[in-house]
Write a protein that binds this ligand. Structure first.
Ligand SMILES: Nc1ncnc2c1ncn2[C@@H]1O[C@H](COP(=O)(O)OP(=O)(O)O)[C@@H](O)[C@H]1O
Ligand SMILES: [Mg+2]
Length: 252
């Protein structure tokens, strides 16, 4: 479980996160929406101690993140907005192994984790391929696998669809759906709700550093446009999806 209480974060005079109290239970799929600059990235970077609050509390599994950064990072995996910021090694296998290697696990355990994480993003057997030669969608999936290899309770993805074409986006979405079936909590940060609403148990929207909507998707839809969050065409009428909008079978 991730919990913040009265969280404030400032960059100089800019108040990026303004009194946010939010609890994300294990296994929940949360879409965190809001316009550019609304504070989404700043908020989620507190969840594993990449940023420290100016005021307030951030806890993971009941413990302040600052008390045990290693535990927080093991429990909350983060996939950055640009996978190039995240991929550290030349090959897929080496990249995904990097995190587990730093946990000091046995070679057999590292290999098992790499294998499982690659299977989860449909890149099994491709350990030796060079990261530099992959497409954007494949790189995103390697970044997700790297986070998964830490076997986190929650996976936080910051704008995972940026720069991806429709098939790559669909592939990442498919992987997220499968992943949540295994009980991993997922937080998807996005300014664009196309396709992700069907995955969410809950939609949280931010504006000017504050949480302005926190509701089930159907309830959230009605209030999102007034907070400048792009709502997909046809989604506002959830009972009557348009003909080409297939309602997802499962929620994550
Ligand atoms: N490293 C930084 N230094 C100064 N200001 C920042 C920094 N990162 C973000 N900000 C500012 O904080 C606010 C929230 O930004 P951010 O958390 O990136 O929002 P979002 O992810 O919703 O686009 C914005 O006003 C942004 O300009
Ligand atoms: Mg951001």
């Amino acid at each position: 479980m991730i919990r913040t209480d009265g969280l404030h974060h400032r960059y100089g005079d800019v108040v990026a996160v303004d009194d946010v109290s939010i609890t994300i239970p294990d296994g929940e799929c949360v879409v965190l929406a809001g316009a550019n600059g609304s504070g989404k990235t700043t908020l989620v970077r507190h969840f594993n101690g990449l940023l420290e609050p100016n005021e307030g509390i951030v806890e993971v599994n009941g413990r302040p993140v600052s008390d045990d950064l290693v535990a927080a990072r093991a429990a909350v995996g983060m996939v950055f907005q640009d996978p190039r910021d995240q991929l550290v090694a030349a090959t897929i296998g080496a990249d995904v192994a990097f995190g587990p290697e730093n946990l000091g696990l046995s070679r057999a355990e590292i290999d098992r984790r790499v294998e499982d994480a690659l299977a989860a993003v449909n890149l099994q057997g491709r350990e030796d391929e060079r990261v530099g030669e992959l497409s954007g969608g494949e790189r995103e999936r390697v970044a997700i696998a790297g986070a998964l290899a830490m076997e986190p309770d929650h996976l936080v993805l910051d704008e995972p669809f940026t720069g991806l074409d429709a098939p790559a986006r669909e592939s990442v979405l498919d992987r997220l759906r499968t992943l949540t079936d295994s009980g991993t909590g997922v937080v998807i940060v996005t300014h664009d709700l196309r396709d992700v609403l069907g995955l969410a148990d809950r939609v949280v929207a931010m504006a000017d550093g504050r949480v302005v909507v926190d509701d089930a998707p159907a309830g959230a839809l009605a209030s999102l446009p007034e907070h400048d969050v792009r709502v997909p065409e046809g989604a506002a009428n959830a009972e009557r999806p348009s003909a080409n909008h297939q309602a997802p079978q499962r929620r994550c």
